[in-house]
Ligand binder design. Sequence first.
Ligand SMILES: C[S@@+](CC[C@H](N)C(=O)[O-])C[C@H]1O[C@@H](n2cnc3c(N)ncnc32)[C@H](O)[C@@H]1O
Length: 120
Amino acid sequence: MDDRPYFRPAALDHLLADAAGLGFTMSCEDRTGSLLATLAASKPGGHMVELGTGVGAGASWLLHGMRADAHLTSVETDLAYQAVAADHLGHDTRVSFVTADAEAWLDSYAGPPLALAYVD
Ligand SMILES: C[S@@+](CC[C@H](N)C(=O)[O-])C[C@H]1O[C@@H](n2cnc3c(N)ncnc32)[C@H](O)[C@@H]1O
């Protein structure tokens, strides 16, 4: 049995190549990403959050599944890691990258109810 996903986000391999250059090894695996995409697809119009952007692998999968009217906010403390994500995914108007501590960001969050939280 081979349950690896066939359809992967276009930016994923570029993100992972940049991650290797930074020595970043904490990106989600493809099977996890595929689940994230499926969950995101089930939330039309949903506001989603990712706590811990890393270099954006998880965000790329979430965006892969998200409908056009959904939105993702991805929070990360490390600007260098998050810059890779912003570089490859920042053109997508469905995502906002926030450089902040996740706990502080959550404490001050005053937006709409969240449809999905990927706490990683
Ligand atoms: C496992 S990696 C994230 C991987 C990413 N979610 C993915 O699916 O590819 C965890 C990330 O959380 C970040 N991080 C750790 N503590 C944090 C905090 N308090 N607030 C925001 N980000 C944090 C780390 O810098 C690291 O990039």
